[in-house]
Design a protein around this ligand. Structure first.
Ligand code: GCU
Length: 665
């Protein structure tokens, strides 16, 4: 039976799958070959499109000449090594477009490929093109709590309303919206979701055991879209849930407890993806309490998951969050490398070390984590943050495609980029919630889409991905609309960087919620997040020669380039060095003048973008237009606040006037 396409609740935005995106497919004659659950998903999609646009879809063997599109399961012509469960080929000959896949997910991805191409899928001709994801795991971590947390709320760092999965302390009874979410994820290539916060609180710990049925219900509706379900678990679960006196990973009763719990998980969810673990990190329990290593902890869980094909994602976000700010020898940026590099080669094959892309914590500008280049014998996953914690909290427009692309293309050693190193997959913290636009800011949908597509192809050109997103989201877009959307999104990350923390220094945010400026908010805190500004200069000396030695964690040539302020790239100067305000940048400006200039420019760029958006009224659906326009008012207010606080702070510290005599307070 064809699977019916999810029905969106009244008022919920269709995001990048509006009905009109299916016009080209829906007006044609399609044959679907093959069977299995995913063929039913594909059939349901095409059937709905045909009902709307007058085409026709049949199952089985109609002669090719009688149809425009064949979507078929089979190995024929896929070559010796095949394209795996997720790959497909696409060819067009004699007026017929043919998608062939050997696995169900490949068929679904093939369909969405055709949808993305639109009319171009049915024009001209081309020989068989192979498509397959570069990374097998393309995953979203939801930092969703089941019970509303007194400080963090329903979704930790969530800026898009409540949770898609959880409400009133339990899994939603109506999961139609989750089904629609799964469909959106499939359309951008995401194939795994962890459904609860990495900080596992009391209620959420029970999802692993007595509340696994709720997770199973979610898994059930995501499965037809090729999305596997994962769970964040507490390392202390044997104590919290099992009543054992210890969670020591080398203790036999502890292992036995996890083995039983895991068997029950797989009884409920046969294709369960595995566990995500935040251990010995920001107060979460871990193996250190028992004198064991992170490899001991991860391998214990890997062993119980292994018989079922599951994976443990063990996070490398381990650092001392109770640091004394007076202590200049401890450098948080060093922590992940110092903890994990000595363990390279010790992790089980199904233990994936999940590393944040930068050494600190998702700031608007960080160098690439040196850990990513330093563990060749470990399966690594790279973690990005789609939810805009430090990048405007979905009240500001900040399209992160260019930043992620820089990270993924970065080569610590010439032979491999970050995207190639991420053999364990690309993971991101989701920005979606139960908001009618899914992501609070309607334009933040572009971040979610871009993440999925970059996980499929880490070397993709982000602007081309944005073109795809625009084409799908605004299927009737005129050139003016498309240009306008590009104009507001393309440079928005750099604009955000300009009016916030300069030259890689980071952390000048309000403590706790992290929205808005506070230059000294984290300066005397225990979190290891300092800028060390005084009357003479600013920045953190992370050189080997005179600083914390962090620069030495990189391979050549980066260690050398970062080591000296003369060769360090401008945009990271204050991350690596403490320099005088008069220090000349490669741009020719001094550091202080750069701070002033970028802060004025950043605000001007927001003003311009707001005007561009205003000019698109009438070309965009009015509700969406109004939502974005309203957020621009807040972005502009906030950008001005950033500009004035940062400029005033550094003017007062340095006493150096702005060369151009602009108003500084
Ligand atoms: C950040 C964020 C936390 C989160 C943590 C993590 O520090 O502010 O809310 O728990 O990252 O990644 O675990």
């Amino acid at each position: 039976m064809p699977l019916p396409v999810p029905v969106l609740p009244q008022g919920v935005d269709p995001a990048w799958l509006p009905p009109a995106a299916f016009r080209a497919v829906g007006g044609r004659r399609t044959v679907i070959r093959g069977s299995g659950p995913m063929a039913e998903t594909v059939h349901g999609e095409v059937a709905q499109a045909c009902r709307r646009f007058g085409g026709r879809v049949v199952r089985g063997a109609a002669s090719d000449g009688a149809c425009d599109l064949v979507l078929g399961l089979g190995d024929e012509g896929l070559g010796e090594e095949g394209l795996g469960e997720e790959g497909f080929t696409c060819a067009r000959e004699g007026g017929t477009t043919t998608v062939t896949a050997s696995g169900g997910r490949g068929l679904l991805y093939g369909l969405f490929h055709v949808v993305r191409l639109g009319e171009a899928a049915f024009t001209g001709g081309w020989t068989r093109e192979p498509h397959r994801p570069a990374l097998a795991l393309r995953m979203l971590d939801h930092w969703d709590n089941v019970a509303v947390h007194p400080v963090m709320g329903q979704v930790e760092r969530g800026y898009a309303g409540g949770s898609l999965f959880w409400e009133d302390g339990r899994a939603r009874g109506d999961l139609e919206r989750v089904r629609a979410y799964g469909r959106l994820l499939a359309a951008c290539g995401i194939n795994a979701v962890a459904v609860n916060n990495v900080n596992v609180h009391e209620t959420e710990a029970h999802l692993l055991t007595d509340r696994i049925a709720e997770v199973a219900a979610i898994a059930e509706v995501l499965r037809p879209y090729g999305v596997r379900t994962h769970l964040s678990v507490s390392f202390a679960a044997p104590v919290m849930l099992g009543g054992l006196p210890t969670a020591d990973p080398l203790d036999e009763t502890v292992r036995g407890w996890w083995a039983t719990a895991t068997r029950r998980v797989y009884e409920a969810i046969p294709d369960f993806g595995g566990y995500v673990v935040k251990a010995d990190s920001e107060g979460q329990p871990g193996p250190f309490a028992y004198g064991r290593t992170h490899a001991d902890g991860a391998n214990m869980l890997a062993a119980v998951l292994e018989p079922y094909g599951g994976t443990v994602h063990w996070r490398a976000f381990v650092y001392d969050h109770r640091q004394d700010w007076r202590d200049r020898t401890t450098d948080r940026a060093r922590a992940a490398y110092d903890h994990f590099v000595p363990l390279d080669g010790e992790f089980a094959p199904n233990a994936v070390l999940q590393v944040k892309h930068g050494p600190m914590d998702f700031q608007v500008r960080e160098p690439v984590s040196p850990l990513i280049g330093a563990m060749p014998r470990t399966r690594l996953a790279v973690e990005l943050q789609v939810t805009q914690e430090y990048t405007g909290q979905q009240r500001h427009v900040c399209w992160l495609g260019p930043m992620w692309s820089e990270v993924l293309r970065f080569r610590q050693e010439p032979e491999s980029s970050v995207g190639e190193r991420a053999r364990g997959g690309l993971v991101a913290v989701s920005n979606a919630g139960d908001d009618p636009f899914w992501t609070g800011h309607p334009l933040a949908q572009a971040n979610l889409y871009t993440f999925g597509r970059l996980a499929w192809r880490p070397d993709a050109e982000p602007r081309e991905v944005l073109d795809e997103w625009i084409g799908l989201t605004f299927p009737e877009a005129s050139e003016r609309l498309s240009d306008g959307v590009h104009a507001v999104l393309d440079g928005s990350w750099r604009t955000y960087e300009k009016y916030t923390a300069p030259l890689g220094v980071g952390w000048m945010v309000q403590p706790g919620h992290h929205y808005g400026p506070s230059v000294d908010g984290y300066e005397y805190s225990p979190w290891g997040t300092y800028h060390f500004a005084d009357r003479d200069g600013i920045g953190v000396d992370r050189s080997v020669a005179s600083g914390t030695g962090y620069a030495g964690q990189y391979a050549k040539p980066w260690a050398g380039l970062y080591e000296s302020p003369d060769t360090c790239p401008d945009e990271l100067l204050l991350f690596f060095h403490h320099v005088p305000y008069g220090h000349p940048l490669k741009s020719g400006k001094t550091v202080i003048q750069h701070i002033y200039d970028t802060h004025f420019e950043g605000v001007e760029e927001v003003e311009e973008a707001r005007e561009v958006w205003a000019s698109l009224a009438g070309l965009v659906d009015p509700v969406r237009h109004a939502r974005v326009a309203e957020r621009y008012e807040e972005q502009l207010r906030s950008a001005r606040e950033w500009r004035d606080q940062i400029n005033s702070y550094f003017f007062r510290k340095s006493g150096v006037p702005d060369e151009r005599g602009r108003l500084i307070y």
